[in-house]
Design a protein around this ligand. Sequence first.
Ligand code: ATP
Length: 234
Amino acid sequence: MLKVENINVFYDQIHALRDVSLQVEPGQIVSMVGANGAGKSTLMMTLAGVLKARSGSIFYNGKPLPTEPHLVLAEGICLVPERRRLYANLTVKENLLMGAYLRKDKKGIQEDMEKMLDLFPIMRQRINQYAGTLSGGEQQMVAIARGLMSRPKILLLDEPSLGLAPLIIEQVFKTILDVKAQGTTIFLAEQNAFKSLEISDYAYVLETGRVILSGPGKELLDNPMVQQAYLGVR
Ligand code: ATP
């Protein structure tokens, strides 16, 4: 579905992604785990068309993926960026509607809004509250729901667990599984290697811009090198 081949991304002289290749199959959760500064956000922003690769290719369903953010979104690939970036001075409802701005089907939008409120019941009580006044976990839920309002084929989630308490992280990862169950493919970038490997069909480990390891999530969980470096097992 999504195929990345040997991409290299730079910030001026800084070589942030080095020959990164990966594949995401429909219906899967695929994750990219790695420490701070490994290049996860750079990868997500490159997929979303915000950053350009200096070399390499990205294919979506066999065709080159556009390199402009609105065209990537129009293809059905939606990024939920790190630190959520909600419109703080808009209500939850308005934020959700912003997620559907490319859509014209009023009825479908209304139906999806209801679906989101079923998926995230807490949002029903908060629907008219300013997004900036929500807790971190609630904001993350709204950010995911806003992404889903575009009816993406692939949801790109950049560090959804960032800055959240352990119990809320549990909820976020459970929600990610619910989103998968509803048929959306997910590509996840996470520092929380344990949680993401647990739910991933396939995963990649990124270290200083390079993919150093890949395999089914459960297999990587059992890998001694991953356990030592990312799961705190000695
Ligand atoms: P984090 O979880 O801390 O966000 P990350 O894995 O997402 O980490 P990136 O943000 O993609 O990592 O950063 C990859 C590398 O690129 C880092 O060395 C970082 O310092 C560098 N970098 C990121 N953004 C810029 C920028 N705008 N200008 C210069 N260097 C940057």
